[in-house]
Design a protein around this ligand. Structure first.
Ligand SMILES: Nc1nc2c(ncn2[C@@H]2O[C@H](COP(=O)(O)OP(=O)(O)O)[C@@H](O)[C@H]2O)c(=O)[nH]1
Ligand SMILES: [Mg+2]
Length: 272
């Protein structure tokens, strides 16, 4: 497992431990906390692990984790960088919503790549749910506006959006427009949420992604994908510390059942 094992196996000195923590994406303030605990308590690996875990559980006890409750007449906008797992998450989310006895439908608002719509349609076919598609290069807001009207019979509408980098002003302005269009239709929904997908391999750069997206839209939740390829994801501690955005789900594979509500304690057990 993670850095504590290395610290104990290799008998590292404090400087080497600091480097190791930093290399693992643990921000200096948390690295300091961990090091002070190690200095205080030189006994057993398991003891130190417990001390750190309790420290972090207490530190973040006011934060929100998981807390998804499926609701009739809800709409979810799924946004994020290219390849951060938006479309795959939508497949898993459709599955989850159906398991909860509600009828999902999807709006394919990633109109930049025809392949993106095909990928989404693969999932909507698999689960036999309605999909509203725009034409290639059509304005995504227009697609969404029409889609909401066409999918009135559904309980939950999920909107797939194009991948965008947070520093691309045009694409971010487009996302704001998407969010504004959805707000105009808010009387038709009991709940509207915008989720940001993050790739667990992105490291501390995720902070800038969140800040960039937050400049344009309100983020109601984070979905952390690919935790199967980077289970420890030390940067998440910093994200939890620095933002008040619930980490709602984590994706742990490409399969349609590889999604669970985020559990902070489980995450700490993997991290430490
Ligand atoms: N291992 C793993 N791969 C994932 C996960 N989520 C998505 N992927 C893969 O990551 C790649 C990009 O995912 P995609 O959903 O197309 O991202 P999008 O561009 O944000 O829509 C695809 O190859 C997915 O199969 C996950 O939780 N674990
Ligand atoms: Mg996609």
């Amino acid at each position: 497992m993670f850095f504590l094992k290395k610290i104990f196996q290799k008998n590292l000195n404090i400087d080497e431990i600091e480097d190791l923590l930093f290399d693992n994406g643990v921000e200096p303030k948390f690295a300091d906390l961990i090091i002070s605990k190690i200095k205080e308590n030189k006994s057993q690996e398991e003891d130190i692990k417990k001390v750190i875990k309790n420290e972090l559980l207490t530190k973040f006890k006011e934060k929100q984790f998981g807390g998804f409750s499926p609701q009739n007449k809800s709409l979810y906008i799924i946004a994020g960088n290219n390849g951060s797992g938006k479309t795959t998450f939508i497949g898993k989310f459709i599955n989850l919503i159906q398991k909860n006895g509600l009828r999902p439908a999807v709006i394919a608002a990633d109109t930049f790549r025809a392949a993106a719509i095909d990928q989404l349609e693969h999932f909507t076919n698999q689960f036999e749910v309605p999909i509203h598609k725009g034409n290639n290069m059509e304005d995504p807001s227009a697609v969404i506006f029409q889609g909401i009207d066409n999918l009135k019979e559904s309980d939950v509408i999920i909107v797939d959006t194009s991948g965008r980098q947070h520093n691309n002003k045009n694409l971010m302005a487009e996302l704001k427009k998407i969010s504004d269009i959805v707000s105009k239709k808010s009387d038709q929904f009991n709940l509207i949420r915008a989720f940001l997908t993050l790739d667990a391999n992105t490291g501390l750069a995720s902070k800038h992604v969140i800040e960039g997206f937050q400049e344009y839209i309100t983020l109601d939740g984070i979905i952390l994908n690919k935790v199967d390829s980077n289970a420890k994801y030390g940067a998440l501690l910093t994200i939890i510390n620095d933002f008040n955005i619930p980490v709602v789900f984590e994706g742990y594979g490409e399969g349609m059942n590889d999604l669970r509500e985020f559990q902070f304690e489980g995450y700490l057990d993997r991290l430490l």
